[in-house]
Design a protein around this ligand. Structure first.
Ligand SMILES: Cc1cc2nc3c(=O)[nH]c(=O)nc-3n(C[C@H](O)[C@H](O)[C@H](O)COP(=O)(O)OP(=O)(O)OC[C@H]3O[C@@H](n4cnc5c(N)ncnc54)[C@H](O)[C@@H]3O)c2cc1C
Length: 399
């Protein structure tokens, strides 16, 4: 059995460990954080394709036990008038409907599955360097320890250290700052199990209400990036003062929801990677945000990471050599994930508008005629061998 070292125990890394373990590989995960509670603030929506990917390595039930489902999306204009309401994804399937969850909850649920299946996971293991030689690929950690495998999977996120071993690219600002928060003090608005997207005049605003009555919201604000010292130092009250004038010009619930938010109010800058970066060497490969971080407009980052895990595991399971497997993985994944980066960037640069996750997903599928749902589902299906692809079909870079 080949030994695979996975760097990063977030969404992509834990998912890859589960899928590779199911495919029969010996895997170990190395995660920088001492626990699972990092980045507790952010929430995300997992789309039907992400839920389908989870099912391939038998983790859909574990994830369906956290967060809450979303089955419809409403689009609202700046006056509060409803423009459209539509069903979301596979809304009638209990394990494949969209879910809203905190990112840290999702990462913790996947890590629990990793542990439950006996896959070693070491916390407080921060990768410092990667070296490759005839003995394999070695990860050296900040504490001086190391781990060697036949293959190293870089699932260490947006600011990946593994990526720096392969390519000098760094993430760039995508043109929007993203605020998000939670409140139990706002009057509950919108449909039960529905997300409302407001085409605001100063910000794209989305909100949904959990079964417990907590409102989850985000605002995507075009303009210059928020300075790092402000991200670290500004208080929730200062961010409310910043946001409220942008939202008060509209007659929607957005301003009242933000005004009713206490300490649970955070900001981040939307970042993305350029397409075309190098994903792999002889003994290392990137997955998830490390390979293809997109701005959040399409709401597909986590779902794409889960798809990566399935396709990588299937490629390694089905190809005769690591080189052939990594080539097959890249050829299947690169066109899809780079289209997601492009669609998300387009939605982001369009300023405030109908830029919800679900709208982005619809735009993505509209722009992807060569990969209709049934073809993607076939590729993801665990029991279906992953076909080899000719270079001209894939857009992958031959190395
Ligand atoms: C504001 C915002 C909203 C978003 N909304 C959505 C959404 O609605 N839907 C969606 O699907 N996606 C969304 N995303 C994107 C989504 O969060 C990411 O695409 C997803 O988390 C990627 O998973 P990952 O495992 O690749 O990276 P991460 O989740 O970042 O995990 C990387 C892991 O690697 C670890 N690590 C980092 N460096 C090292 C190192 N040197 N050594 C060891 N370990 C290391 C980290 O601690 C972390 O655990 C959003 C992102 C943002 C910023």
């Amino acid at each position: 059995m080949a030994g695979i070292v996975v760097i990063g125990g977030g969404i992509a890394g834990s998912a890859a460990a589960l899928a590779l373990h199911k495919a029969g590989f010996e895997v170990a995960v190395y995660e920088a954080h001492p626990g699972t509670g990092a980045d507790i603030g952010a929430f995300l929506t997992l789309a039907s394709n992400g839920m389908r990917a989870l099912a391939q390595f038998d983790a859909a039930e574990a994830v369906a036990g956290i967060g809450f489902p979303i089955v419809t999306m409403s689009l609202v204009d700046a006056t509060g008038a409803e423009l459209a309401t539509m069903p979301l994804g596979e809304h009638d399937h209990p394990l494949r409907r969209y879910r809203c969850l905190r990112r840290a909850e999702l990462a913790a649920a996947l890590q629990q599955e990793v542990q439950r299946r006996g896959i070693p996971i070491r916390h407080a293991a921060r990768l410092a360097a990667v070296t490759e030689d005839a003995a394999g690929t070695t990860a050296t950690f900040a504490d001086g320890t190391s781990a060697t495998g036949d293959l190293l999977v870089g699932a260490d996120g947006l600011h990946s250290t593994v990526r720096s071993h392969l390519d000098p690219a760094t993430p760039a600002y995508a043109g929007q700052s993203v605020f998000y928060g939670y409140t139990t003090e706002a009057e509950p608005h919108g449909e039960r199990e529905g997300i409302t997207m407001i085409r605001g005049s100063g910000a794209a605003f989305g909100y949904l209400v959990s079964p417990a009555g907590e409102t989850f919201w985000f605002a995507r604000v075009p303009g210059p990036a928020v300075a790092a010292e402000q991200v670290a130092g500004a208080t929730p009250a200062q961010w409310r003062e910043h946001l409220l004038p942008l939202l008060r010009t509209d007659t929607t619930p957005a301003a009242d929801i933000v005004a009713a938010t206490g300490h649970d109010l955070m900001v981040t800058n939307a970042l993305h990677l350029s397409p075309g970066i190098r994903w792999r060497s002889r003994g290392a490969v990137l997955i998830g945000d490390a390979a293809h971080a997109a701005s959040p407009a399409t709401g597909q980052g986590a779902s794409m990471a889960l798809e990566d895990a399935v396709i990588l595991a299937k490629a390694l399971r089905d190809a005769d050599t690591f080189a052939a497997a990594l080539d097959r993985y890249e050829r299947h994944r690169r066109p899809r994930v780079e289209r997601n980066i492009a669609v998300s960037a387009q939605l982001t640069s369009g300023g405030p508008g109908p830029t919800s996750s679900a709208v982005g997903n619809a735009a993505l599928s509209r722009r992807e005629p060569p990969r209709p749902d049934d073809e993607l589902n076939h590729l993801l299906d665990w029991h279906t061998p992953l076909p080899a692809l000719a270079l001209r079909e894939s857009g992958a870079r031959d190395r």
